[in-house]
Ligand binder design. Structure first.
Ligand SMILES: NC(=O)c1ccc[n+]([C@@H]2O[C@H](COP(=O)([O-])OP(=O)(O)OC[C@H]3O[C@@H](n4cnc5c(N)ncnc54)[C@H](OP(=O)(O)O)[C@@H]3O)[C@@H](O)[C@H]2O)c1
Length: 362
C-alpha cells in the first residue's frame, strides 16, 4: 500500500538534496507532501511529483489537521531542531494510526551540536547506538553551557518520550558538518562551513576558537541524504531499523579536526585574496567581536558556530545498510571547491540568526 509522507524544509540544503535523490532511489510506493512558504516553492516541489502544502509550521492545529486530513503516516521534519511543538505532530500521527491501522513514524532532524561540548554531552567517544543515549540527552539541559542547546536536547527527548507513549516510531537524525553543493531547488550551501568562511572574510584571517585540536564529525551532503533515504527505505519495507531510544542516527563517515578545516579554508581564501594571511591563529576577544559582526551574532556565540568538540560516532546507519561514498578527509581535499561554492552564494547565505544581547545562559 502506498504511504503518505510529510516533508518539511524542502527548499533547504538538506531537504532539497533529499528530495532530488529520492527520485531515483527506487523506494516502495509513496507520495510526498512538501510544506512550502511561497508560490515559487509550491511550483518548485511539483517537479519532484510532490504535493505542496502551504502551512504555518508553528501553528500546531493546522499541522495536525494537515497530517490527519492527508492520512500522513510518515513525517520527515527538517526545519527546526528547537521545535517544542512536535508533540502535537506526533499526536496527529497517532490519530492516523488509530484511523487507518497503519504503523506511523516521526523523524526529527537535530544536529551534532546537540551531542557536543556546547550542549553538555560526553566528551569521550560514544556512539549513536549507545543504549544510554536517551538518558544522556535527558540529563543535558542541566549540564549544557548554552540554554538553547539544552532546549534542543530536551526536544530530542520529548520526541522519543511522546512517541513511545503514543505508539509512534521515532527517529532522531543528526547531521554534522555537512559540505558539498546542495542539489535542491533552494539553498545550495551548508551552515557550518559557511560560518568559517563568513567569519574569516569579516576579519581577513581564519581564527581558531578552542584550545587543543577538537574534532567534529563531517559528511558530504550526498551521503547525508542517502542516510535519510535508507531510513525511509527501511520504514517503507516494514523492517525494524531501530526507533525510539534506539532510533538515533548520526550521518557521518568520521571526524576531522577543526584546525585542519581552518587551515584548508585559510589556504583557499588566501588564493582568492579574501584573507591577508593563510596562517591560523587563536582568536582573542577583539577577534571574536569582529567575527561575531561577520556572523551577525554576539561574540560569545562564535565558538558555537565554528568550533567545539563532538565525539559522537556513527554506527546505526551502517547497521541498516548505509554506506557513505566519501571518507571524512574528503572535506579537506574538497575545501577549495567548498570555499568557491560558498563565495558564489555568500550573499544569500543563511545564518543562525542569534539576536544581539542574547546570553549563553539567561
Ligand atoms: N546543514 C548542516 O550542516 C546542518 C547541520 C546540523 C543540523 N542541521 C539542521 O538540519 C535542518 C535542515 O538544515 P538545512 O541546512 O537544510 O537548512 P536550510 O538550508 O536553512 O533550510 C531550512 C529549511 O527549513 C525551512 N524553514 C525554516 N524555518 C521554517 C518555518 N518556521 N516554517 C517553515 N519552514 C521553515 C526553510 O524554508 P524557507 O526556504 O522558506 O526559508 C528551508 O526549507 C535544520 O534544522 C538545521 O538546523 C543542518
Amino acid at each position: 500500500m502506498s504511504r503518505n509522507i510529510l516533508l518539511t524544509g524542502a527548499s533547504g540544503y538538506l531537504g532539497g538534496t533529499f528530495l532530488e535523490l529520492l527520485k531515483d532511489a527506487g523506494l516502495p510506493a509513496h507520495k510526498i507532501y512538501a510544506t512550502v512558504r511561497s508560490d515559487t516553492q509550491a511550483e518548485a516541489v511539483k517537479q519532484y511529483n510532490a504535493s505542496p502544502l502551504s502551512l504555518d509550521l508553528s501553528n500546531t492545529d493546522a499541522v495536525s489537521a494537515a497530517i490527519i486530513d492527508n492520512n500522513i503516516s510518515i513525517v520527515y521534519h527538517l526545519h527546526n531542531p528547537l521545535d517544542t511543538g512536535v508533540p502535537a505532530w506526533i499526536k496527529a500521527l497517532a490519530t492516523v494510526k488509530q484511523q487507518t491501522g497503519q504503523d506511523v513514524h516521526f523523524l526529527l532532524t537535530t544536529g551534532a551540536k546537540i551531542f557536543s561540548s556546547h550542549a553538555g554531552a560526553p566528551t569521550e567517544p560514544f556512539s549513536d547506538t549507545d543504549p544510554a543515549l536517551l538518558s544522556i540527552q535527558q540529563s543535558q539541559p542541566e549540564k549544557s553551557p548554552i540554554d538553547a542547546m539544552g532546549v534542543a536536547a530536551q526536544c530530542n527527548s520529548l520526541v522519543i518520550e511522546t512517541a513511545n507513549a503514543l505508539g509512534v516510531k521515532s527517529y532522531i537524525f543528526a547531521p554534522c558538518i555537512v559540505y558539498g553543493r546542495g542539489l535542491g531547488f533552494g539553498n545550495k550551501i551548508s551552515i557550518q562551513t559557511v560560518a568559517v568562511v563568513k567569519a574569516a572574510v569579516a576579519t581577513r584571517r581564519v581564527y581558531k576558537v578552542d584550545e587543543g585540536r577538537p574534532t567534529w564529525p563531517v559528511c558530504h551532503v550526498l551521503d547525508n541524504s542517502t542516510l535519510y533515504i535508507e531510513i525511509l527505505r527501511g520504514i517503507l519495507e516494514g523492517r525494524d531499523i531501530g526507533s525510539g531510544a534506539s532510533g538515533y542516527f548520526l550521518a557521518s563517515p568520521g571526524s576531522v579536526a577543526w584546525d585542519d578545516i581552518y587551515a584548508a579554508v585559510g589556504k583557499a581564501l588566501k588564493k582568492r585574496g579574501k584573507v591577508d594571511d593563510e596562517a591560523v591563529v587563536k582568536a582573542d576577544r577583539a577577534a571574536l567581536e569582529k567575527m561575531g559582526e561577520g556572523l551577525e551574532c554576539p561574540a560569545d556565540f562564535v565558538p558555537l558556530q565554528l568550533g567545539g568538540l563532538c565525539t559522537l560516532t556513527a554506527e546505526h546507519g551502517k547497521r541498516i545498510g548505509w554506506t557513505p561514498r566519501y571518507k571524512a578527509e574528503h572535506i579537506l581535499e574538497d575545501a577549495d571547491a567548498e570555499v568557491g561554492l560558498i563565495l558564489e552564494y555568500l550573499e544569500n547565505a543563511r545564518s543562525y540568526g542569534i539576536p544581539k544581547g542574547t546570553k549563553l545562559k539567561q
